[in-house]
Design a protein around this ligand. Structure first.
Ligand code: SF4
Length: 363
């Protein structure tokens, strides 16, 4: 089976949970987590429907039609209104080449030429390279536009609507995290090129209201870029993770569910409810976290609050007063449980107020 390449969506999700060795190893090794989750008996429940993919592709084709005239007009209007408007002859270089390395080299060359000529240029589906935890990742943004002043802008085209100039905040956040990964990858290319600058404001293009007409909004991704950069730097190298694993370990989806569960459990995970929206193995990891009584299944904030109490059983024991007296978290839990019990006792002892029944009351 061909290794599955890392994409920006996977990197953004990886950066959102840098403590998970399981995801880092599986993504770094190119394992198809969707197939693995299905073979484990816990298939992923997220992803785009076929209908949404077709609709998204047709909207993107419309936005980029006519030599990218509409897309360049949106970039000019929203991000660079002081510049000369892109004329009919804006450049759209051919980026075809063999394999991802070839396409990345072709993209770097096109960026260099566009930055030197200072013409409005649209790079349609360029290929960007980024090294992540020792493994190369090839990323393909929807578009990159080169401005006449040498600035490069990432453009994300999404099929969710912008209604009254506002879109779903969660979807915009996910798009911003994805775009931040492209910005980081573009910066690697820009480092080697004098006069090039990567914009930290990307352009999000969506259908306007309930139509199929494109509209756009600038999105500042400085925060997402900084967070993603920090998280990607913290990711453990795949070789280090693999070195600690037993010889002959395999994640081949052809193996039985029991064999795969054993293989997966050999790599440490850091499950959190956020995984449900970002990782194909979420149902499997949640089931394991619950079976192991881990408090992390209740959320990262609960996990952070409970400190050394890593299981629900330990937390309940601390609340009942059987925890370690030296542990301030256990003492605080015990005090909180006592206060709760006292409040419930008081409430039970208070006489109940009689509420007369209304004659109109149907119940
Ligand atoms: S679902 Fe599992 S493998 Fe995926 S990020 Fe969460 S803990 Fe890691």
């Amino acid at each position: 089976m061909q290794p599955r390449p890392l994409d920006a969506r996977a990197l953004a999700a990886l950066a959102a949970n840098p403590g998970c060795g399981r995801r880092a190893l599986l993504d770094g090794a190119g394992v198809d987590k969707n197939a693995l989750a299905t073979a484990l008996g816990s298939p992923a429940a997220f992803g785009q429907s076929q209908f949404a993919i077709v609709r998204g592709n047709s909207f993107e084709a419309k936005v980029k039609g006519d030599g990218g005239a509409e897309l360049l007009r949106l970039v000019h209007g929203h991000l660079d209104p002081a510049a000369e408007p892109p004329g009919a002859g804006a450049r759209v270089p051919d980026l075809t080449a063999a394999g991802p390395e070839g396409r990345a080299a072709r993209t770097a060359l096109a960026l260099r030429e566009a930055t030197a000529t200072r013409d409005w240029t649209l790079l349609d589906h360029p290929m960007l390279a980024l090294e992540v935890a020792g493994s190369p990742a090839y990323l393909e943004p929807d578009a990159v536009v080169v401005h006449p002043d040498g600035r490069w802008t990432v453009v994300e085209i999404k099929s969710f609507p912008m209604i009254d100039a506002a879109a779903d905040a969660a979807k915009v956040g996910a798009a911003a995290r994805q775009a931040a990964v492209y910005v980081l990858a573009l910066e690697r290319t820009a480092e080697k090129l004098a006069g090039a600058e990567v914009g930290h404001t990307v352009l999000l293009v969506c259908p306007k209201d309930f139509s199929n007409l494109p509209t756009a909004a600038p999105v500042d991704v400085r925060r997402e870029r900084a967070v993603t950069r920090r998280q990607l730097e913290r990711l453990t190298r795949v070789e280090e993770l693999a070195a600690a694993l037993p010889e002959g370990l395999t994640f081949d989806p052809e193996r039985t569910a029991e064999e795969l569960a054993e293989a997966v459990s050999a790599v440490d995970a850091a499950y959190a409810p956020e995984c449900l929206a970002a990782c194909e193995l979420a149902f499997h990891c949640r089931e394991r976290a619950r079976a192991a009584d881990e408090v992390t299944a209740l959320g990262r904030s609960v996990r952070g609050e409970l400190g050394a109490l890593t299981t629900v059983e330990a937390a309940l024991a601390a609340a009942s007063g059987a925890g370690c007296a030296e542990d301030p978290t256990a003492a605080a839990l015990h005090r909180a449980a006592r206060l709760r019990a006292e409040a419930l006792e008081l409430a039970a002892a208070r006489p109940r107020r009689h509420v007369p029944e209304s004659p109109e009351c149907p119940c």
